[in-house]
Each structure stands twice: as structure tokens, then as C-alpha cells.
Design a protein around this ligand. Sequence first.
Ligand SMILES: *[C@@H]1O[C@H](CO)[C@@H](O)[C@H](O)[C@H]1NC(C)=O
Length: 676
Amino acid sequence: MWFLSIGLSCFGAVLGQIFYFRPQPVLVSQPFLQALEEIIPGPGKNAQFKTSDTRFWRFMNPGNFNIKEHVAITIMASTASSSALAISIFATQDLYYNVRPNAAVGIFSLIGSQLIGYSAAGIMRSFLVYPTFAVYPQLMPMAQLFDALHRGKEAVMQKKRLKFFWSIFVAIFVWEWFPEYIAPTLTGISIFCLANQKSAWFTRIFGGAAGNEGLGAFSICLDWAYVGSGAGSIGALFTPLSTQLSLYAGSAVCMIAFCACYAMNTWKAQNFPFLSQLLYFENGTEYDQLSILNPDFTLNEEKLAVQGLPWYAASQLLFKVSRTMYIGAAIMHFFLWNFKTILNIVLDFRIGKCNDPHYQKMKVYKDISNWWYLAIFVGTTAMAMATIYTSGSGLPWWGLFAALAFAWMFIPIIGTLYATVGYAPNIEILVQMLGGALIPGKPVANMYFTLYGYNPVVQSLSLLRDLKLGQYTKLPPRVTFCVQTIGTIIGALLNFVIMKTVLNSQREILLGVQGTNVWSGQQVQSYNSAAIAWGALAKPLYATGTRYGFVPYMLIAGLGFPIPFWLLHRKYPKFGFNYVFTPILVAELGVFSAGINSSLFAMFLLTIYSQYYLRKYHATWFRKYNFLLSAALDGGTAVMVFVYTFAVGGGSGKVVPFPTWALNPNGNPDYCKRLT
Ligand SMILES: *[C@@H]1O[C@H](CO)[C@@H](O)[C@H](O)[C@H]1NC(C)=O
């Protein structure tokens, strides 16, 4: 358990951080990690190791590889493999403020901010983990896979499945070298751009093979790094059809809205690039944020009056609007469709004690004492308190407590959503708003406020989910807690190292609008723009009556959005309005605002083929292989990107470009006209 989990945690953490700096964020897929552990040889598992290396392997692992070890490894590795939020802050400070907190401050901020949410999760576990209503639907396929892998190992079926996994894994590993390196045109084959290589509108609508190029309508993407579940948490192969259709409907509206705004020059859209995460002067020059700040990075009103307020690209503004609406839509959707059930559950919960059958069985294990969680809270708060002062954040001590109070308030609300419908709205923008209102004029302080007001919510949800996975698979709670904490710490350390390496070697590219097909600073840029806009300029930019003053009201519009669908469903129950998942529909209104967009059409076709055709007409195959197929494709792609990044992609300093040829042209890989 220790050997595999630490090894995989390191692999996942490095990979997760590299992916953060890619044109389209790719997440390290959990099913892949899960399948990978099954495939790495262990003692009582593969006969050849039993005979040749007996003593070594017996020392490494004295017993059979069982489901509990397997779950523990998965939890540690997947915890380590997401990029920590604090990394966005350090990268922003480094790239845009020329401030570099020293390694000790950086690492303690990381560990503090990543662990601080676990205390809240621990305190709320008797409500959000133990009872039966806290289902965590996204754990179901995982629990099933664990079960399938550890039952009847010797069966012929099992061998066939492993062979299937490996064939797909190797095939995609080899294939990915083409779209990623040798022939980038395969990332987005656009018939339209091939036919007309001179039209700017063709680039905007049909281009999408390069970062921030265009909307990628109807372009055929043959790169699994973008088509796979990496493109977001929604995988074409395993997300239910109805959810995905809401997603595609939202995407279509997004395309229309982006083009309409640009064509009608709303918000001066034509002065700025079509897709960009940066802030601009009205004349289209990149906004110089240091020119409106004092040396201590607080807002200087006089300088602002000289320079003028910054502008967003219209697409980026629409993205903000969709993100704001979606918080409201998620909460209202939840209340409309699930409120009665939840209310009953809460009432039941209050009178009776927990008689969840899984929980009853877990009683043989010692639970974690609340003192542990309290200790975590005290320790991490001390770390946070020390580092907000030593890192020059400008966040006062009361700001830290206010942020934590917000987080604590949101955790039960969002936790209930997550536990019951498996969907947790991202409240980052709401916390940024609150921070801007409480601590105006300080962009860096706003980033730290968001770090402590939003990140604990994410982290506590992940601990709650993993404790529940532990309850399903009967992993002792102390083990779950322990592997999760260690995974977090390993992740934080490696995130920091990789961030430093990438910033040093790819600085120029990360600062540019379009980046390359391997590296892109779009996540940092977007983070930085938000911090300036909310942190420094909340009042002049977002207060009622100002230029973007309508954005906060979108929260209320979002609250109203699910209501018509609900009413329509009550009136016409046969039309399937209950299948419209309004939060996703709204969230997708901004989906094309950044990155490589060519993958959507291919995802759509794949969804129809897999979730509709295969599921309906080849149900047996679908049940046995679909999830495994997704895991193998994600896995082969992840390993390829890892090797590629360090071999020729510049992860270790030097980029070795592939020579240009027909499928690796200068300019945009899909032959659309280059606009930036
Ligand atoms: C745009 O405006 C800014 C601020 O007024 C100025 O510094 C910059 O030089 C201008 N750029 C161009 C291309 O005129």
C-alpha cells in the first residue's frame, strides 16, 4: 500500500501540475489511477513475481493485494494529483507582481490551505458521511469497479479484461504522439478552414486547434487529451446522456452568444481578441495592472483615473456571467427538485440514530476522534495566519477569519448537494465578490481571501467523499484520513517544485495570449484578471450602475432560471423537462471562453455512439468494457503527455519542436487564419 500509493501520488502530482499549464486543463483521471494499480505487478497477484523475487515482494507486500489496500492507494494518489489552488496565487504573484515567496512560506501556505478544510469535513461527517441519504452517486461506478476487480480474479473474464485494457492503453499511447507532437492538425480538422484560409470569421467560428483560437464548430478532434474525460469532469463515455445533452445545448447557446456579442460590438468586443483571459485598455493594448497600484499592491485612485478602467474581452465577460448565474441555478435547481426528499431525511435523521447498514459495520473500527480534527484546525490556522503575513498578501487577520467563516457556512449547503445529486457548484466567483466587498482595493489580498474562503470547501468535499468511499468499501476511517492527509502533503510539495520549474522555463509563453499547443498561461491569466477586477476594482467596475454592474445580479437571474423548467414539467410531465439539468446548461454558456475548443463536436458524436447506441444495442459489452475503455484511453494519454512533456515538450527546459510539414504548419494547426 505504501509503496504503490506514494509512487502513484508522486506521478499524479507532477502530472496534475503540468496539466495546469496546458492549453486545456486535463485532469488526472481517477478511473485511470484505479485501473493502473490493478495492473502494476504485486506479490500474490502475478505468478512470475512469486517465483523470481519472492523475498523482496514478500517484504513489500506480505499478503494478497486486497480491496482495502487498493482503495487506500486510490484515495492517496487521486488526492495528490490535483493542482492546489494556492499554486494559482504563487504563479500569479510571480508572473504579474514579480513577487516570489520563499520556498518555506510557499510550502506552508500550500499545506495550510489544503488541509484547513479537512477539519470542517471531520466535524460534519456524522451528517454528511454516515447516513444513507449521503449517497455520493459518482462513487457508484468506482465502488463497482473495485468490486469487479477483486472478485473472482482467476476467472477467464478477468484475463480478457486486462488484455483489453492493455491493448487500448498501448494503442492510445502510440497514437497520441501524432496529434500532440507530429501532426497537430489532427487536434482539429476543420473542413471550413481548409476551404477558406483567409476569413477572420471562419477562424472565430470554426477554428479551435490552437489555444484561444476560436469556437471549433464542427471540427474533428482526434486527440484524446481533449476529447477524453480530461476536458472536464464530464466524460463523454461515462456521464449520463441527459446530463450531457444539457451540456451540448448550453454550448450551442454559448457559440451564438459569443458571435453575437462580437458582431454587434457589445462591450467594445471588437477592440480585443475574440477569446482572451487578459484585461485590456480600451484601445486593445494589454492592461498594465502595476500602473494603477501602489508599491504595496493596493489600488491608487489617482493613477486609476489617469489610466482608466480595464476591459474584458466580451467572451470572458460572458464566462463570468455564466459562472455567476450558475451558482444561483444550482441552488434553486436543488431546492426545486430535491427539497422535499432532503427535508424528510433531515427530519428522520434528527429523531433516529444512524442505521445505515454500512455505518453499522464500520463500528468495528475506531473512529477518528474530534480532537484530531480540532488539532488540524488549530495547526493549519496557525500556518495560514503566519503565512498571510510573511508572504506579503495584505490580507489582515480578520479577513482570514471572515473567509473561513464563509467557507464553514457553505460547506454544509454544498456538501448536501454533492452528497445527494453528486454535483457541487463552484462558488469561487461568489467568494471573490465577497472578498472584493470586504477588503476593497487589494488584489493580492483578494486572492488569499479566495484561497481561504473557497479552497476549504473543495477540500472538505473531497475528504467527505473519500470517507464515504471508505464506508462503502469498509476501509477504517483512520486509514482514510491518514492516506488523504499524506496525499495532500505530497501533492503540495511536488506542485510547488513543478510550478517553479515551469515558470522558469516557459515564462514568455505563459504571458502570451495564445500560448503554444503544449504550454499556456490561460489559467493563471484568468486568475490574475479576476483578482484585479474583483480585488482592486470591485467598486468602480462591478457596483450597481457601473460598466459591469449587472454581473452580480446574474446570481439572482440564476436563481430564477430553473423555475420555468420546473413549472413546465408540472404542467406537461411527459415532455421530459425534468431531464434538463439547468446548472450545467447555464455553466456551459461560457464554455468556449478559453483554450483549445476543437473537441466538442467529436465529444458529441462519441456521446451519441456510446451512451445511446452502445448502451441500448450492445448493453452487455457496454457494461463490461465501457468504463474500462474510458480508463485505458485516459491512462495511455496521461502517460504519453508525461513522457512527451519531459522528453521534447520543454518540461525540463528545452523544447524540441517537430519540423513543419503539411500536418504541422506554421500558424494555427488547422490552417485557420492567425488573428493574434
Ligand atoms: C492604449 O492606451 C494606453 C493607455 O491610455 C496607452 O498606454 C497605450 O500606449 C495605448 N496603445 C496604443 C497602441 O495606442
